[in-house]
Design a protein. Structure first.
Length: 142
């Protein structure tokens, strides 16, 4: 399970350094390859390869009425290796789609990560915190 935020900086080549706590989990899983694709809210999703394969199968099984979303998720997916310096290259097309330039926020989301432009994420989080809690959380015990 991946959890927690990490404030990171894209280097000049568009790479991020995977935080050590996540590297350790990935290494324990025997994973050196990740898949990155677009998220509907304007960020990127980064999956360890086994989690991506599960997600990909679920998306591929969606009906034709979801064809546009299939293209968003599957058509934009890019496989990347974690290099010897624990860096992950974010393709220029995906960086542009998510508005990633320099300061980014990597969020552990359980089975995968989300990668946000830091400013965009701060705005998104503020908006969510100001919104009404959804019904699914109303009876949730904290």
């Amino acid at each position: 399970m991946f959890q927690g935020p990490s404030a990171l900086t894209l280097d000049g080549k568009g790479r991020i350094a995977m935080p050590s706590r996540h590297r350790e989990v990935l290494a324990a899983m025997g994973v050196n390859q990740l898949t990155i694709t677009k998220h509907p809210e304007g960020s990127l999703m980064i999956f360890p390869r086994p989690a991506w394969e599960n997600f990909r199968e679920r998306v591929a099984a969606l009906p034709m009425s979801a064809g546009g979303w299939k293209r968003i998720f599957l058509g934009n997916a890019m496989d990347v290796d974690i290099d010897g310096s624990s860096r992950v290259l974010i393709a220029p097309e995906l960086r542009a789609a998510a508005g990633l330039t320099r300061d980014v926020m990597l969020l552990g989301m359980g089975s995968h990560f989300e990668l946000w432009d830091a400013q965009r994420y701060a705005e998104h989080e503020a908006k969510v915190m100001q919104s009404e809690m959804p019904d699914a959380l109303r009876d949730f015990s904290f």
